[in-house]
Design a binder for this molecule. Sequence first.
Ligand code: MLT
Ligand code: ZN
Length: 466
Amino acid sequence: MTDRDQPKSAFEVYGQVLAAERIRCDADSLAVWGHDRTTSFQADPAAILFPETTSEVAAIVRMANASGHALVPSGGRTGLSGGAVARTGEVVVSLDRMNRIEKFNPTDRLLTCQAGVITQVIQETAQEKGLFYPVDFASAGSSHIGGNVATNAGGIRVIRYGLTRQWIAGMTVVTGTGDVLRLNHGLIKNATGYDLRHLFIGSEGTLGIVTEVDVRLCMQPEPQRVLVLAVPQLSGLMQILAAYSARIELSAFEFFSDLAMRRVIARGRAVRPFAGDAGDSPLFALLEFDQSAEEEALDIFEALLATGVVTDGVISRSDAQARALWALRENISESLAPERPYKNDISVRIEDVPDFLVSVDRLVSRAYPDFEVCWYGHIGDGNLHLNILKPGNMAEAEFVAVCHHISPELFAEVHKRSGSISAEHGVGLLKRDFLGFSRSPEEVAAMRAIKAVFDPNGVLNPGKLF
Ligand code: MLT
Ligand code: ZN
């Protein structure tokens, strides 16, 4: 079968389970659903399918096995590693129509929902019930919970609440053979062998298509305060983290460079927090904590100011002010996007961050003397986003090639500290060739063996991850 024949065959094959309007092969749909947020891959899907139930997904997967189609599971398409890009005539399975919240169980504090429910809808539903879903990030308004599960999404509150994994109490998943597994059923305790849930979390759609999840909710925290600090030296960031985490529980500890902040302000997505000299600081730290810790937080601030570790600070006194300060950090990704940055999403243990920052800083100044480099990230959990900006006059392919050429040097620094080349964005297509910097050959062999169990014919997301 050639790629050219596939759109027709997709109608013939999947038309047995889906009504015609839930199979799209028009050029616009192929362009939209063939992609995630990465820009360096060309999408070329054969068709887009819109199932509404787990049994429709299972039927699609069985048909794909029988007809030899490859499938690309697709959520909110906010991924940054190409995990949801269909490059070679695959059939995209969009979870867009699987967006129902099915049940709220207040006793267990569980929200059961289909995989296509938007993350922010889960947060808002939790709030309506007087509860809290703590996983949060800039793309929460469009990402799907199923995609969050597929990449084990992290975001801004990991230091206090952990990653998506911690909040998934059960799931329904269709494996690569079309079998339906219902896992853990929302139980807190379940000592009956392998917890298969955790294999599917972070598997980037290579083992199964998650169709339903039991999301655990928790009590709402106190109202939060946000503090933004002007930091003159890179080394000051971890001194600030140490000073605060010794005395108060932080909900978030983020940082960004002046260059990153300037981009956000230039695009009108936030306003400058400081006037005068502090406004020229090269780095900023953003901290979030319970309002009851405010006095303590200000004491620590005074001590840091006295020793010159910070040169200024601004604290929120209302939710609106807190949102305005968060806008400085949360809008960085969107503000840089038009410049098509080459994205790095790396992590090391927190104790290794200070020395890692020095090495990366040195490497970046030497390797990218002509490129602007934007630093930001969730430094409180060891995760650094290093975005290299493409000079306006350089062709994208040439720019990506130069960055790819430097990546092994950066990843060698990660490897030296047993860190991760993809802390939270996933491996997808973008980081696949570099997986060996974070995973041993034995680990990759084990992953391939697991893939063979759940997807023996390799129909799910081929070419991603490894
Ligand atoms: C973020 O922290 O802003 C997100 O991971 C997105 C990004 O790195 O661009
Ligand atoms: Zn991030």
